[in-house]
Design a protein. Structure first.
Lengths: 222, 222
């Protein structure tokens, strides 16, 4: 793989990796609107981060920009996609067809984000057999066979908070090694288990901080 | 305010602020399970970050730990809550009672996260008048009067992607100065407007990266 050769000796920091999806989204939008080249200054204005931050982040991967010439949007987007593994065709199942599961399954462009959703499961007999985002919801009781046969790479957990740890443990037993967890309680990463926990309410607290900063500025101005 | 006196000369970095909600959640859970003191080592094991990262982060606020004695969980939780502004009683409205709006309104403990949800709006006549999370959904056509009267501090945008920019512009015109945006397209922060954009699919891309790292490790071991 191209980027590994460039980066053999350099580990990309977690905070850069955290920012990559946002670069990827912006570059994808630029591509869709026909932009072929962009300077770090323009990209910086669009994304509201400093141009030097952008240059620093993108230099982690060998640097794609040329002084005074800007970035080639298409190459940079492709390269970031490759770094993120979006070209790997990873398969995913979704467990829990409640509010969060429905929302995520319905609104997410899985394929553009590197994944193929291959199954949706719930334990509620009223939901099993009904449709969700082009899938027929399957009975959670049959998930072990499904995993044995289809070997999905990861599971999206949109089960109730109290059920999450049990479900995760079962799925690990069945061979799942990666989780995207929306269940309002954290799943700890363990050896060989990749975890991404999403806490929607963290964004609420971050906004509270911004509001407080806003109030302080207003007070100082008054 | 106590922490401002301590921090008058020191601006807390964005990445520390981004991590504060997670500290707050962990400390709240510890408090709920009756833990009064915790060392940075124990907290580090629980949170899977290094003890030195924890010490560094918490030192930004003057430091609450004593060498060999650990952190007082209750004071630290209260102080982080204060730094985040969770004690300010900010008011919020939610605009858009679709899948995402229902999920967020139903699953979020607003008051524990510093906010009071005071109104839910949608423009769909079929939804107006129905109940959501203890609120009666109000007609979006009446939102200007509501804002003029109740002066909510911020709006949660769970409207369709295509509608987001128009809705945000209208609400800014009506006096809203802060947005939590779930609308799958970014709202740019402007002067005096606080914005927190949430992109659920970014977590999918981050997990893809982790899967790729996992694959590489397995390959190297084989």
């Amino acid at each position: 793989m191209l980027f590994r050769a460039k980066n053999m000796e350099k580990k990309v920091s977690a905070s850069v990796v955290n920012r990559l999806p946002r670069y990827y989204r912006y570059l994808t939008d630029l591509l869709a609107s026909g932009v072929e080249r962009i300077s770090s200054k323009e990209l910086s204005e669009k994304m509201q981060v400093t141009a030097s931050q952008i240059r620093q982040d993108l230099n982690c991967f060998g640097g794609f920009g040329q002084q005074g010439y800007g970035y080639n949007v298409s190459s940079l987007q492709a390269e970031i996609g490759q770094i993120l593994g979006l070209n790997q065709g990873y398969t995913a199942i979704l467990v829990g067809a409640g509010n969060m599961g429905r929302t995520f399954a319905t609104n997410t462009k899985f394929e553009a984000r590197g994944f193929q959703l291959i199954g949706v499961f719930d334990s509620d007999a009223k939901k099993v057999g009904t449709a969700l985002a082009g899938h027929t919801i399957q009975d959670y009781a049959t998930i072990q066979d499904f995993i044995a046969e289809k070997k999905p790479k990861m599971a999206i957990l949109t089960v109730p908070k109290d059920a999450m740890h049990n479900v995760a443990e079962e799925l690990i037993g069945y061979g799942i090694r990666a989780f995207l967890n929306f269940s309002y309680t954290e799943l700890s990463a363990a050896e060989n288990i990749a975890v991404e926990n999403v806490h929607l309410s963290d964004s609420l607290m971050r906004l509270s901080y911004k509001l407080l900063e806003q109030d302080k500025t207003t007070e100082e101005e008054e």
